[in-house]
Design a binder for this molecule. Structure first.
Ligand code: SAH
Ligand code: AVI
Length: 332
């Protein structure tokens, strides 16, 4: 047997994104671009180019969340392995699983790790990381789920023993408050009595630090933001010119979240041929493309409690920039 076929046997990939995915983009555009305040959900950023731009964002000096979460993981991965005794790691919005390796290392070293279940909307990321991780961790099985975590959580395979469900990077902040609690309740259904949710959340801090993290000097975040227009051009045969839109990132102090928007530099009339529609932006009109909520410990505890989750461990960095929490679902 070639080494490649040994890896291939360790890999199962399920895809739930077909016509449904295209439909979801079309529905989100029909709904979001015809509202009085235009809006699109952030999941449409992540085509291959968007995923690459996000990787570049993670390396930027202004974007502290990735390196801070990694440092917390490095400091506490052994403790997490000890507390959880996890045989499997399910990861929602797994991306390239770069930081996940820190956790996989400690679970592997503890001798408990058997299976990794990445779930992501970007197909190539799930496939690539399944290939890489089965090569890097002998004996590891990877069951990849290509899908939308808001629609396909029920496709996560049944657990094989104590599990960690990881939701890293602060992605929970990309949900508005009501959906956030609903989504946490859905995550709780993946947790049995021995299981833990390991979640990364970005914390409230100086607005200048926050705004710089979402408006970097090299303009990478601006490109990431405008990329959603290129997704619409390709997938829905639209004719947006990205140069017509300015990147805006603002910290909303009342809601304690960053908002990313695209502001029309002039009047824009775009045609979206596949939906047989025209969208008009007045000069200066904005399209909201993302919120990224920042948390206080009280707010996070409240959201978790509303979803029936008990915050069991709080892990943070010395400057209190970011938090990793371990929570349980006591009633399940
Ligand atoms: N967890 C990684 C990546 C965070 S970026 C990290 O901490 O660095 C957000 C990831 O979530 C991307 O990989 C994106 O493709 C994925 N994602 C965003 N919305 C999603 C959705 N609705 N369903 C599944 N994956 C989604
Ligand atoms: C994936 N998510 C947690 C990132 C964030 O910080 O909200 C996405 C991002 N948007 C701009 N920069 C990074």
């Amino acid at each position: 047997m070639s080494p490649y076929s040994a890896y291939a046997q360790a890999i199962t990939i399920e895809s739930h994104l077909d016509a449904g995915a295209e439909r979801s983009l079309a529905d989100d555009v029909l709904d979001g671009l015809t509202r009085p305040f235009k809006e699109l959900p952030p999941k449409h950023f992540y085509d291959a180019r968007g995923a690459e731009l996000f990787d570049r964002i993670c390396e930027l000096p202004e974007y502290y969340p990735t390196r801070t979460e990694r440092a917390i993981l490095e400091d506490s991965a052994e403790e997490i392995a000890e507390i959880t005794g996890a045989v499997e790691l399910v990861e929602l919005g797994s991306g390239t699983a770069a930081k996940t390796r820190v956790l996989l290392d400690s679970l592997h070293a503890a001798g408990t790790l058997r299976r990794y279940v990445p779930l992501d909307v970007t197909e190539a990321m799930v496939r690539d990381c399944a290939r890489e991780l089965t090569a890097e961790y002998p004996g590891l099985r990877v069951h990849g789920v290509i899908g939308d975590f808001e629609r396909h959580l029920d496709r996560v395979p049944a657990s094989e023993g104590p599990r960690i469900v990881a939701f890293l990077g602060g992605t929970i902040g990309n949900f508005p408050p009501g959906s956030r609690r609903r989504f946490l309740r859905q995550i709780a259904t993946l947790l049995g009595p021995e299981d833990y949710l390991l979640m990364g959340t970005d914390l409230v801090k100086d607005p200048h630090v926050l705004e710089a993290a979402y408006d970097d000097a090299d303009g990478v975040t601006a490109e990431f933001n405008r990329n959603v227009l290129l997704v619409l051009n390709r997938e829905l045969d639209a004719d947006f010119d990205t140069a017509d839109f300015e990147h805006v990132a603002l910290f909303d102090r009342e809601h304690e979240w960053i908002e990313m928007r695209l502001r029309a530099r002039r009047e824009v009339i775009a045609v979206i041929r596949r939906l047989d529609m025209e969208v008009r932006f007045e000069a200066g009109e904005e399209l909201r493309t993302e919120i990224s909520a920042k948390f206080t410990p009280e707010r996070l505890r409240g959201d978790l409690a509303a979803a029936g989750l008990d915050l069991a461990h709080w892990l943070s960095d010395p400057d209190g920039l970011f938090a990793l929490t371990l929570s349980r679902a006591p009633d399940r």
